[in-house]
Design a protein around this ligand. Structure first.
Ligand code: GLU
Length: 306
C-alpha cells in the first residue's frame, strides 16, 4: 500500500537506485531509508530504480528480492520501478548527442595499456589521452570516452559541504560506453535521473567522487543538476565498506522493526521508545517526522552497528 502524502506534492523527487548484484545489505538499506526519509520529510515523491545495466554482475532474482525486502520495511516506490536494462535506447541517444557535439570519442586502449602509461588519480589511473585526437593507425575502437577539462566542477553537498574536482587532472577522460558494449554507470545514472525528474539525490558517500563526472555529463547533455546529499557509508570493524566483497550479510527481514531501529541509530536519529515502534509503519512515521540529516553533517563513514 502506498503512503498517502499528507500535504500536496512539494516538487521534491528523490530515488533509491540499487544494483541487483545480490541481496540488500545493511549499507544499502541505509541509503534506501535515508533517501526515503528525506523525500517524505519534504513531502516529496520517492522512486526505486533498478540499476540492472551490468548484466554480467546482476544475479537472477536479486531485483525481486530487493523489492520484497524494501516492501518488508514499508519502503514502496511511488511510481513503477524503472529498470535500466530497458533503457538502452535512451543511453544510445545520449551517446549520439555526445558524439555529435564532439564531446565523446572512440578509444582503442586496453586496461593494461592505460595502467602502464597513466598517473594515478583519485579513482585509479588517469586516462593519458592516447586516443583523444583519433585512434592510432591499425587500432580499432573498443570503448567511448567523454572529454574532460580542468575547469573546477564544484557543488555544495547537503552533508559533506562544498566539493570540487578538476576532472582532467584527477579522473581523466572517462568511459561512457564500455569495451563490452555496455553503457557505463555514469552515463546511465545521469540520463535516468533527468528522465525521472529527480531533484534530490541522497546516496552513500562512496559515490561522492562520481558526482563531478555526473555534473559534467549533465552540462554536456543540457540536463539539470539535482541537489546532492551523501550519507556516511557503513563500515565494518576493520573500517571496510559493507559490500558483497566484504561479505556483508543480507538484511534481516524477519525482524524489520529491530533492523529499522538499527538503521535509524546508524543515521543518528535516536530511535524512539517502544510506543512509537509497535509497527514498521509507526516507526517510519516517527522517523519521517523527526528526520534530521544535520546529525550526519561531515560524516563520511560510521560503524555499521554501534
Ligand atoms: N546503483 C548504484 C549502487 O548501487 C547507486 C547509484 C546512485 O545512487 O547514484 O551503488
Amino acid at each position: 500500500m502506498k503512503r498517502k502524502p499528507s500535504l500536496p506534492d512539494s516538487g521534491y523527487r528523490g530515488r533509491f537506485a540499487p544494483s541487483p548484484t545480490g541481496p540488500l545489505h545493511f549499507g544499502s538499506l541505509v541509503a534506501a531509508v535515508g533517501s526515503y526519509l528525506d523525500a517524505k520529510r519534504n513531502h516529496g515523491t520517492w522512486l526505486v530504480r533498478m540499476e540492472d545495466l551490468d548484466a554480467p554482475r546482476c544475479i537472477p532474482g536479486a531485483a525481486d528480492d530487493i523489492l520484497r525486502t524494501l516492501d518488508a520495511f514499508g519502503l514502496h516506490s511511488d511510481e513503477p520501478v524503472l529498470y535500466q536494462s530497458q533503457r538502452t535506447a535512451a543511453y544510445d541517444a545520449a551517446l549520439q548527442q555526445l558524439r555529435t557535439s564532439g564531446a565523446a570519442y572512440p578509444c582503442s586502449c586496453t586496461r593494461k595499456e592505460i595502467a602502464d602509461s597513466a598517473l594515478n588519480g583519485i579513482e585509479g589511473p588517469v586516462y593519458p589521452g592516447t586516443c583523444r585526437h583519433g585512434i592510432p593507425a591499425g587500432r580499432t575502437a573498443r570503448a567511448w570516452r567523454v572529454r574532460t577539462n580542468n575547469d573546477a566542477i564544484g557543488f555544495n553537498d547537503g552533508l559533506q559541504g562544498f566539493q570540487s574536482q578538476h576532472l582532467e587532472r584527477q579522473i581523466g577522460d572517462f568511459v561512457v560506453k564500455r569495451a563490452d558494449g555496455l553503457f557505463a554507470y555514469q552515463l546511465a545514472v545521469v540520463v535516468d535521473d533527468a528522465f525521472q525528474g529527480i531533484t534530490h539525490i541522497v546516496r552513500g558517500a562512496d559515490l561522492l567522487a562520481s558526482t563531478a563526472r555526473q555534473i559534467h555529463l549533465q552540462h554536456l547533455l543540457g540536463l539539470p543538476t539535482p541537489q546532492y546529499m551523501h550519507l556516511p557509508v557503513a563500515v565494518n570493524a576493520a573500517g571496510e565498506k559493507l559490500s558483497k566483497q566484504t561479505l556483508a550479510a543480507p538484511v534481516d527481514v524477519s525482524h524489520p522493526i529491530a533492523t529499522l531501529m538499527q538503521v535509524l541509530d546508524f543515521l543518528q536519529q535516536r530511535p524512539p521508545d517502544k510506543t512509537a515502534a509497535r509497527s514498521v509503519a509507526m516507526l517510519l512515521d516517527w522517523a519521517i517526522t523527526h528526520w534530521d540529516a544535520e546529525k550526519l553533517r561531515g560524516r563520511r563513514t560510521l560503524p555499521a552497528c554501534a
